[in-house]
Design a protein around this ligand. Structure first.
Ligand code: THU
Length: 132
């Protein structure tokens, strides 16, 4: 199946509107695509105890996983920053564990037409995994 990266980027941009980021005011949206074509979005949620903040990618992943979804083939991440937001190390680890074969699409919310493409394995080579 050819992945529609533009459509997934748009879903991430829509999910971004749900960001709860009163401290950084840095809104991030993510959208996961399953093999069967389902899309699950998520956005970052921040805490006054800053370290408890959860990134958009992990919110989307946890939503999808706890709804029983598996077989992720792509994830898109959008925020307003030049070149788009690269996933942090913690998110790369979780994506590597639960979306190992996924493509990763990144875009600046101010320029959704310019999309950078990676794979999860490229973003976290030689990862720590117990179940391969
Ligand atoms: N953030 C994400 O949502 N994804 C990332 O990969 C990196 C950072 C969020 C966390 C925090 O709410 C805000 O961006 C600023 O760090």
């Amino acid at each position: 199946m050819k992945i529609d990266s533009k459509k997934l980027i748009k879903a991430a941009a829509k999910a971004r509107l749900g960001s709860v980021s009163p401290y950084s005011e840095f809104k991030v949206g993510a959208a996961l695509l399953t093999k069967s074509g389902e899309i699950v979005g998520g956005a970052n949620v921040e805490s006054a105890s800053y370290g408890l903040t959860c990134c958009a990618e992990r919110i989307a992943l946890f939503k999808a996983l706890t709804d029983g979804k598996r077989n992720f083939i792509a994830v898109a991440v959008v925020a307003r920053c030049d070149g788009g937001p690269m996933p942090c190390g913690a998110c790369r680890q979780l994506l590597r564990e639960y979306a190992a074969d996924a493509a990763v699409f990144i875009a600046d919310s101010a320029d959704l037409k310019t999309v950078k493409s990676f794979t999860v394995k490229e973003l976290l080579p030689e990862a720590f995994v117990i179940v391969p």
